[in-house]
Write a protein that binds this ligand. Structure first.
Ligand code: HEM
Ligand code: HEM
Length: 180
């Protein structure tokens, strides 16, 4: 029964949509913070980064809820125990860091008194007081957590490609759309 060994279609949809948005929003953040960048480019990038960050938070929360009732399929027996542990730790850290990045960004923007254009329009609550010191703390957390997040994403993609190109053990196919 190979179909038991791949992620369910909804789990794959969560993965690829989140991956796409994360891989777009990180470069957007670096470009929007480039010294001397034109306001006509900086403003839309800020708008994109902040609002897509909230979407990423919602996607990760939904993914974790879905995962709790639809656990990941078992890995092939050929994957050694240490790699199973490493994969599990990496995946949990990725989820935790994505949630922490989105939350610290949200607190930084709300405590700093800045708009969250799309979500303000649909009435997203902002239960965080206006406070410059809280905004600065959240900003520092947001800036610091980018290092472990980017390092783990590189490690994760390298491991996925190693399974796809070198080991060819079917682990990569588990997450491919349409693969059964
Ligand atoms: C998982 C989602 C997110 C990721 C991966 C992410 C990543 C980043 C990165 C890498 C930077 C550059 C940091 C630096 O060079 O100092 C940044 C900056 C920034 N991010 Fe995010 N971010 C996310 C979510 C959010 C959210 C939800 C908001 C606001 C609602 C936000 C607001 C900001 C702001 C305002 C900056 C500019 C730094 C500052 O002045 O505070 N981010 N983000
Ligand atoms: C080109 C980019 C990417 C590729 C090729 C890729 C590939 C994969 C593969 C093959 C798996 C399944 C691993 C297994 O069965 O154990 C997986 C799982 C996962 N990926 Fe990615 N990925 C990519 C980008 C990302 C990004 C950017 C993130 C988030 C920052 C991410 C987060 C995750 C998480 C959290 C899981 C675990 C899923 C779960 O069990 O809930 N991936 N990825």
């Amino acid at each position: 029964m190979t179909s038991n060994l791949t992620y369910k279609p909804l789990a794959k949809a969560f993965h690829w949509l989140t991956a796409l948005l994360v891989l777009l929003t990180i470069p957007a953040a670096f470009i929007m913070l480039t010294p001397g960048i034109e306001r006509s480019l900086q403003d839309p990038l800020f708008l994109f980064h902040k609002n897509i960050g909230v979407v990423i938070f919602v996607l990760v929360a939904l993914r974790l809820a879905y995962r709790s009732v639809n656990p990941p399929p078992p890995l092939p027996a050929s994957v050694p125990a240490w790699q199973r542990h490493a994969a599990a730790i990496t995946h949990w850290l990725l989820y935790a860091l994505l949630l922490a990045m989105a939350l610290s960004g949200y607190i930084r923007v709300t405590a700093g008194g800045f708009p969250l254009e799309v979500f303000d329009r649909i009435g997203l609550p902002r239960p965080v007081p206006r406070s410059d010191s809280l905004a600065e703390t959240a900003k520092a957390i947001h800036a610091t957590l980018r290092y472990p997040l980017i390092a783990l994403i590189i490690l994760h993609i390298a491991a996925a490609l190693q399974h796809a190109i070198i080991k060819r053990d079917g682990v990569f196919q588990r997450m491919l759309p349409g693969a059964r």
